[in-house]
Ligand binder design. Structure first.
Ligand SMILES: *Cc1c(COP(=O)(O)O)cnc(C)c1O
Length: 429
């Protein structure tokens, strides 16, 4: 069956034909690809077209598709039981691996998605501090828990407004929103609301609304203000964790949060999330404490096996190579006229603006229009980019020389189509 036939049927089953909205190709246009198999950095759709994958399932596949070590570990675990609903030894093995890499995690809980990790971390932060207010940052994504689907309301220091129907205003109102890279806004917020704020949650390397790399001074000041006001600092490392360094952004930036949330890579392609950090905070979780959180499939042996087999392969040499590769691929991308490619480690963001941006409101709609045009041209050249200009590209250990050659060739063709066209105007602040 063709992509189109499948999508036509899918629309009769699922809202928009998909089980997660950005997959629907709404922003870039066209019919989503239905994939049937993959290997390394490549996957094949139902029309038997082969694509170089630059999205990698949005981050979990840092080793590439169908990594032999991961498949062997999962196969072995599966043959022994998919889930016990009771403790099993692989949970401990993965926990040990995580503690080796992320020393501030004294205690942790496995859950089944990044959203669940964030939702649970917010709950324990509130339970531990006895405060209800949460601070988040415009330009960060933390999954779809009610408290996180919030934007800044009107006024100078604001209580948030829901960005999704179905989130009660009363819930949105308990979340405050400050812009990334807004030191003044941050100071003003803490001066007024620090004492009532349970936690501040941030992607230390914001990578869900473009790649909005922050000045370290901003994150350091956030750390200081949290400490001063007994507000817990939560690093949402669902993307950056185990990707930008063994110890994630916390290690790379040298800043220690009180709690961290993880997902994507720690499941190696299986549904896993994790939250953890200070033992005194995590000690408030049921059954040790009064903060309730549970999960039927949490820590199931198959998911643990996938995570374990993934982390085992992420050596210092692997990260060094990812850093070098990220720089190389980003530079190659910039052969497209008007494209600038901020990057860190194996994350890169093709941006049609002359300079990197640090705030969500600095991304121009013209830049997104250009991205949409490029997305289709790259697809025609057999390169699958995430279907939105606000999403980053992901490299994996499977993106080697042959893949780079294919990418370069595609970029060359797209560059021809783009040359001579006007670039978007410079950003004015
Ligand atoms: C992907 C992501 C989430 C949500 O994780 P899901 O597994 O999709 O629920 C949360 N926070 C960040 C930073 C993410 O990148």
């Amino acid at each position: 069956m063709s992509n189109q036939t499948l999508f036509d049927e899918a629309k009769t089953h699922f809202p928009g034909g998909v089980n997660s909205p950005v997959r629907a190709f709404k922003s870039v246009g066209g019919t989503p690809k239905f994939f049937k198999k993959a290997s390394g950095a490549w996957f094949v759709d139902e029309d038997d077209q082969r694509f170089l994958d630059m999205c990698m399932s949005w981050g979990p596949l840092i080793l590439g598709h169908v990594n032999p070590g991961v498949i062997a570990a999962v196969t072995e675990a599966m043959s022994e039981g998919l889930t016990f609903g009771a403790p099993s030894r692989r949970e401990l093995a993965l926990a040990r691996k995580i503690k080796e890499r992320v020393p501030f995690i004294e205690k942790m809980r496995f859950v089944s998605s990044g959203t669940e990790a964030v939702m649970s971390a917010l709950r324990v932060a509130r339970g531990f501090t006895g405060r209800d207010r949460i601070l988040k940052f415009d330009g960060c994504y933390h999954g779809h828990a009610d408290a996180m689907l919030v934007k800044a309301g009107s006024g100078l220091i604001t209580f948030g407004e829901p960005t999704s129907a179905g989130v009660p205003a009363a819930i949105g109102g308990l979340t405050s929103v400050v812009s990334l890279d807004d030191l003044e806004g941050l100071e003003a917020y803490f001066a007024k609301h620090g004492a009532e704020t349970a936690c501040a949650i941030i992607e230390p390397i914001p990578a869900n609304n473009g790649l909005l790399l922050q000045d370290k001074s901003f994150l350091l000041r956030l750390r200081e203000l949290c400490t001063k006001h007994d507000t817990l600092l939560i690093f949402d490392e669902v993307i950056s964790g185990f990707r930008v360094a063994a110890g994630g952004a916390a290690e790379r930036l040298g800043i220690t949060p009180d709690l961290g949330t993880y997902g994507k890579i720690i499941g190696g392609g299986m549904p896993v999330g994790l939250y953890g950090g200070r033992a005194d905070v995590m000690g408030r979780i049921s059954p040790d404490g009064p903060v309730y959180q549970a999960g039927t499939l949490s820590g199931n042996p198959v998911a643990m096996a996938a995570g374990l087999a993934t982390l085992e392969q992420l050596t210092p040499a692997f990260y060094a190579k990812m850093d070098a590769d990220g720089a190389k691929w980003a530079k190659a991308f910039e052969a497209i006229p008007g494209l600038h490619c901020p990057h860190i480690g194996s994350l890169m963001w093709p941006l049609f603006q002359p300079e990197a941006v640090k705030r969500a409101d600095r991304i121009q709609s013209g830049a997104i229009d250009q991205f949409n045009r490029m997305h289709k041209l790259m697809l025609d050249q057999g390169v699958y980019l995430a279907p939105s200009g606000y999403e980053v590209g992901f490299l994996s250990g499977s993106h080697g020389d042959a893949e780079f050659a294919h990418f370069n060739q595609a970029v060359g063709e797209v560059a021809k189509a783009f040359s001579g066209t006007a670039n978007v105007a410079n950003v004015r602040e």
